[in-house]
Design a protein around this ligand. Structure first.
Ligand SMILES: Nc1ncnc2c1ncn2[C@@H]1O[C@H](COP(=O)(O)OP(=O)(O)OP(=O)(O)O)[C@@H](O)[C@H]1O
Length: 317
């Protein structure tokens, strides 16, 4: 690639209740200082991240494209690039969301916006990181973290619709916001039927409760739903937790939060595979990278893909 001429910043200034805007301010004063030109492309509404990233990729310039926002904005940018004429265009990322699970999942050592920008500028080659792909007859999307059906998706729904989210985010307590809504969902979420097809096997659940297809360990702002998942092994992991009594679920959550031993529980089933299919039988909330899905019945094929990122991580970290 030729010398970077300009940094194209895709900014969701709303992400992380203003955290992305603050990160962007630091990045732009640094770029001014070292005399590197930049342009800020502001997302104004849902879908803008995808549209802008696609347009920028289609220009096929040497300029590096850098997203500043949360996991939802990065998800949109990856999908925009993948649908462009140059789907292998690399993306830089400076986290500014409330959850930032992608950074946690890839073990990014720093979230300091200026250090990250310096690294993005100096990298000669992008790093390949796994992303997931979910497809059904009317849906095809890449995801960077996970897709969840049922319990965690309902939690995302209630968190996004909660007035306290903004307040807790402002206090730097985005994860607490997720956690308090999780308790609300405990009362409301019902069990549902689920079929999983994987590696010539079929598995049926009469009473699935938490279903997460994940690219790396984390969801909900730092909960390690599957500590064995890795965004570098070209596999996705699937975790299904059956409906159990509230005290048992609370115990399971405690194990998840303390030592990750929840995966050994008899009510938790998990696999790691290159590809699998999921089908559920009643309308459920769905979430993709922390954003609500409009879909409510899921008949999805999951597979792994990869994408190049301007991020300072070791190859195959
Ligand atoms: N200008 C804007 N004002 C309000 N919402 C926006 C704007 N631009 C994008 N959005 C919405 O922001 C959401 C994505 O937010 P994002 O995930 O980046 O931040 P976050 O939720 O704070 O972080 P995280 O997902 O890491 O917790 C999308 O739903 C998108 O439609």
């Amino acid at each position: 690639m030729e010398k970077t001429e300009r940094i194209e910043i895709i900014l969701n200034h709303h992400a992380g209740s203003g955290r992305a805007q603050k990160a962007c301010n630091k990045v732009t004063s640094f770029l001014k200082q070292i005399d590197i030109p930049y342009e800020i492309h502001l997302t104004k509404c849902n879908g803008d991240g995808q549209r802008i990233a696609k347009q920028l990729a289609n220009l096929h310039q040497a300029n590096k494209i850098v997203v500043i926002g949360g996991d939802g904005t990065l998800n949109q940018a990856v999908n925009g690039i993948k649908s462009s004429n140059y789907p292998d265009t690399a993306l830089g990322y400076i986290p500014g969301g409330s959850g930032n699970d992608f950074c946690r999942g890839i073990k990014l050592k720093t979230k300091d916006p200026v250090i990250l920008m310096q690294a993005i500028l100096s990298l000669k080659e992008p790093r390949m990181i796994d992303v997931g792909k979910a497809t059904s007859k009317d849906f095809s999307h890449y995801f960077i973290n996970n897709i969840g059906i049922g319990f965690d998706a309902s939690t995302v729904y209630y968190t996004n619709h909660s007035e306290r989210k903004e307040f807790l985010n402002n206090l730097g307590l985005g994860t607490l916001s997720y956690f308090t809504n999780l308790l609300k969902v405990l009362k409301r979420q019902k069990a549902f039927g689920l079929d999983v097809n994987y590696q010539q096997h079929q598995k049926h659940f009469d009473s699935a409760y938490v279903v997460v297809a994940t690219n790396h360990p984390y969801f909900g702002g730092g909960f390690a739903i599957d500590p064995t998942a890795s965004p570098f092994n070209h596999h996705l992991n699937l975790v299904v937790v059956k409906k159990i009594s509230t005290p048992k679920l609370v115990k399971l959550l405690t194990r998840l939060l303390t030592n990750g031993s929840h995966l050994q529980d008899k009510n938790v089933w998990h696999i790691e595979a290159e590809q699998f299919e999921l089908k559920n039988y009643t309308e459920q909330h769905g979430q993709m990278d922390g954003e609500e899905l409009n879909q409510h019945e899921f008949d999805f094929n999951f597979e792994t893909s990869r994408h190049p990122f301007w991020l300072p991580i070791k190859n195959n970290a």
